[in-house]
Design a protein around this ligand. Structure first.
Ligand SMILES: [Zn+2]
Length: 74
């Protein structure tokens, strides 16, 4: 088995996906997150990510972070 498979996880501090380079959470990451978490757990987890991302990317508007990290969970 190849040992270089990269997970769809965020690179810090850019929050681009380490596997596909798209803004995280990319589609594969969203699929996995919604499979592995209940609706409430998922929302709590994504709020934590928003707080971390806001510290890493203070130039990003809160509304943009909200759309990116939380809106898709509805
Ligand atoms: Zn990805």
């Amino acid at each position: 088995m190849p040992g270089d498979q990269v997970e769809h996880t965020p690179a810090r501090p850019s929050w681009d996906c380490q596997a596909c380079g798209r803004p995280w959470p990319c589609d594969p990451a969203r699929d996995r997150l919604s499979r592995e978490n209940g609706r409430v757990e998922l929302a709590v987890k994504m709020w934590d990510h928003i707080e971390e991302a806001a510290r890493d990317m203070p130039q990003s508007p809160a509304s943009e972070l909200f759309d990116r990290f939380l809106r898709w969970t509805d």
